[in-house]
Each structure stands twice: as C-alpha cells, then as structure tokens.
Write a new protein. Sequence first.
Length: 320
Amino acid sequence: MKKQNFVKWALILSVLTLGSCGDKESNQVWESSTPFEAGGKLKIAATTTMVQDLVGVIGGDEVEIYGLMGEGVDPHSYTERPSDRTALKSADVVFYSGLHLEEKQQDNLERLKTSHAVTGAMEKSDLIVPEEKYSNYVDPHVWGDPMLWAKAIPVVVDALVAKDPKNSEKYTQRGAAYLAQLIELDKWARERLSEIPADRRVLVTSHDAFMYYSRAFDFEVRAIDGLAPGDKGGPKKVQNLITFIKEKQLKMIFPESAANSKGISAIAKDAGVAVSKHELFADATGKRGEMETVNGESYDLGSYIGMMKHNVNAIVEGLK
C-alpha cells in the first residue's frame, strides 16, 4: 500500500475513533448466478449480505461479486456449499466479516491467502465483550453502529487497490464517498431516534445482536437468545424478560428477519405486549432491489443503508 494511502486512511480511522436465527435457503449473488463469469472484472467472493453490499459500493463496475449468503441467512450457522467452495478458490479477493461471525467457516476463511476480514482495522477498544459467556469471542455485530462499520471501508479499499492498482483512484473515491454517506446516515438516525422519549428507549429483540446499536444510539437492549443460535434463552431468562417487559411497561417488542419469530411471539403473549409488524434486520439485509418508502424517502432493503433506515423507522414507529 502506498504511504499516502496509508496516511489518509489512518487519519480517517483516527477521526472515527474520536467520534464515537432460522435460515432461508438462498444465496444472494450481486451480479451473477454462477461463481464467476469469464471476463476482465475483479472476481470477489463475499460472505454476509452486509459485506457484499460494502464491497459492491466500493468496487462498482470494476468487480464481480459472488455472495455466499443471501437475505435472511444466519451467518452463525451458515454451511458452505460446493459452489461456494469453487468461488472461494477461484476468487481474486475474498471478504468476510470476521470476529467469528461466520463461526463454522472462520478457520477456512483465515487460511485463504486472498481473504480479508473487514473488521480487521477495528481496535479492541471499539469492540464489546458480551456479559453472557456463550464463547470467548467479542460481539461480532459491529454494523449496528454506522461509524464503527465505516472502519471497514479502508480494509476493502486497500485490498482492491492492491489487487487492481489501475483502478485505485475509483476505489479510493468511492470509499471516501461512502464514508460521507455513513456519516450522514449516523446523523439522520440520531435525529430520527430522538423522537423516542428517554424512558421508552428500550429495545427487546429475538437475539442479542443490537449491543453496538444500543451503545451508538443510547438504548437499553434485551433479547431472548444470546449472540448465536447455540446460546438459547432458558426458562429463567425468559421469565426474567417477561417481568422486565411488564415493569418497563413496554408497548412493543421486535422480531428479526433471520430468527424464528415463535419465541418473541410467545413472550409477547405472556407479557401482554404487541409484536412489531416490521421484522428488524440483524444478521442480514433484506432482499436486494426491494424498496421501502417511509416519510417520502425510499431505500433499498438489500443495502446496508437501507437495512439501517428500515430498523430505525420500525423502532421509532413502535416505541415513540
């Protein structure tokens, strides 16, 4: 990496630091339905839909992306398919989330010489260590905080520039433009969420994927299950959650798109609280190309910005 690029991204990261689960059987592919088409584009394999979106925004027309996971797929329990293995072996660059989000595939991904964890530039002080001892790892759901997710931008830019230097200016410019969009997203979210009174800023969801969201936007968050499918909420935790909901006099709790809604529905019935008609996107975006319009603004639910705007709007509608 050229020294000037390193200095530039180092400055961006320093500014950001000062600033702040049932699966669906589909693989979302950004451009092609086979591992890769013949042609001159840079071949990219990417795991989660959030990572696919990030790489697609920065890579633009210069890259072809094979997505290993589709909308509604829980990355914690994702199982690699034959076509995925082919894509990983033939890709010029592989991007994955990291922090053991892709639990079963983490070791395989780390062994690939072409792979990059987009969370690799995040400092330990950025990350949250869960109180519940599901594993020895930190909470991997970093995209809940737009300014923390922004720290993944230089990882993608630098990896693409290193592999395809002739298009370095395009990748760098798109990275800088996307950073500006995430800064604007963070500002918009804070303004929108300010409509919720302080005593109602309590979010109850299916599984513990909103801690970074909680820290970024000043919410108290509770969940039925822990960080991953293996950390199921037992009877005592469920009863404590029901008691908590009643004591807080909550008016609504929220299901998630990549998690089974039966648990949240059962708790809502026992606690006498409504369930939001809008599923939150926690571990995956929505379907690419599916548009949603709220307050005159339209956004793509298959994009990271779209999933975040959907979540914010759903939470404001349910809690204000």
